[in-house]
Design a protein around this ligand. Structure first.
Ligand code: AKG
Ligand code: FE2
Length: 315
């Protein structure tokens, strides 16, 4: 595994011809195969929209707990709403994470999503349309970028360009605001801002502030930093993508440490967009990812069942 997470300029893929797109897909292949993490420069998401979403995130987490708890996360199938500090354990063997979060998914309006009864409604702050509109604009911008990443990943492993796009077209994705509050008391033994974990779905887009603390584990078991790099989005391939591609793309463990300096007393903010396959997509080893020498490692499973089982283990 390389020691540094590569920074890849994504503009030639979004704007270029077939030759430019293949060259970029080859770079993306290397990153997803060797480290499972990459920074994409020019991801096609407006920086003002990112800044606006961050601003709304800060205001949201500043609300009194009683207000945030009115939107409390209630169940795994919906996976929407507010999650209080210590509620989630990304590392199941450790104390709860020192973070709070707020999730939204595809806005289904008054109509209910297929396979997901009334549970699948987003939980909004009453009377705050600007918060709602910004979150939905950001969800939609991430979804557009995710589509182009889906094309790159398909080309990278010699599948038809639309393969992943078609298997992600129901927008079963989760947009999550994250706040890691200032550390005021000595944490419990082994407690982190976010425990060691890998992400569950296809891939994640991560936007972080400059406070730092995110680390990625390399193949030698060493933790390397994944710092904030302006004008980029950090992208990592998740467990379902690893399973689908028979480990051609890897899902790498990462965590958010408590800084050892003054920054522990600062809030840290991040936004994650978890891109998931359609709930009813069957995740079985892709035809270009197995051979006699590389037999398939997992039985098929539907994406929805898999994600539900992972969420049940962390709450
Ligand atoms: O806050 C971060 O930088 C990373 C969060 C993360 O890895 C996650 O929520 O899955
Ligand atoms: Fe993660």
């Amino acid at each position: 595994m390389s020691e540094k997470i590569p920074v890849i300029d994504f503009a030639p893929f979004r704007e270029g011809d077939t030759v430019a797109r293949s060259a970029l897909a080859a770079e993306i292949y290397r990153a997803c195969h060797e480290i499972g993490f990459m920074y994409l420069k020019h991801p096609g998401i407006d920086s003002d929209l990112i800044a606006r979403t961050m601003m709304h995130s800060r205001a949201f987490f500043n609300l009194p707990l009683t207000e945030k708890n009115k939107l409390a996360w209630s169940d795994e199938p919906s996976n929407r709403g507010y999650v209080g500090v210590g509620r989630e354990r990304l590392d199941e063997s450790k104390p709860g994470d020192l973070k709070e979060a707020y999730n939204i998914g595809f806005e289904s309006g008054s109509t209910q999503l297929k396979n997901q009864p009334s549970l699948s409604c987003n939980r909004w702050l009453e009377g705050d349309d600007r918060f709602r509109d910004t979150m939905l604009d950001f969800f939609s911008a991430c979804n557009e970028t995710a589509k182009v990443i889906c094309e790159a990943l398909a080309i990278a492993i010699n599948l038809p360009e639309a393969f992943f796009v078609n298997n992600h077209n129901q927008q079963d994705n989760t947009l999550r605001l994250l706040h890691y509050p200032p550390i005021k008391q000595t944490p419990e033994s082994g407690q982190l801002r976010a425990g060691e974990h890998s992400d569950y779905g296809s891939f994640t887009l991560l936007f972080q502030d400059a406070v730092g603390g995110l680390e990625v584990r390399n193949t030698r078991g060493e933790w390397i930093e994944a710092p904030f790099i302006p004008e980029t989005v950090l992208v990592n391939t998740g467990d379902l993508m690893e399973r689908w591609t028979n480990h051609v793309f890897c899902s790498t463990k990462h965590r958010v440490r408590i800084p050892q300096d003054q920054r522990a007393k600062q809030s840290r903010y991040a936004i994650a967009f978890f891109c998931h396959p359609n709930h009813d997509t069957e995740i079985s080893c892709l035809k270009t990812c197995h051979s006699k020498e590389r037999p398939s490692l997992y039985p098929p499973i539907t994406a929805g069942d898999y994600l539900l089982s992972r969420l049940k283990a962390t709450y």
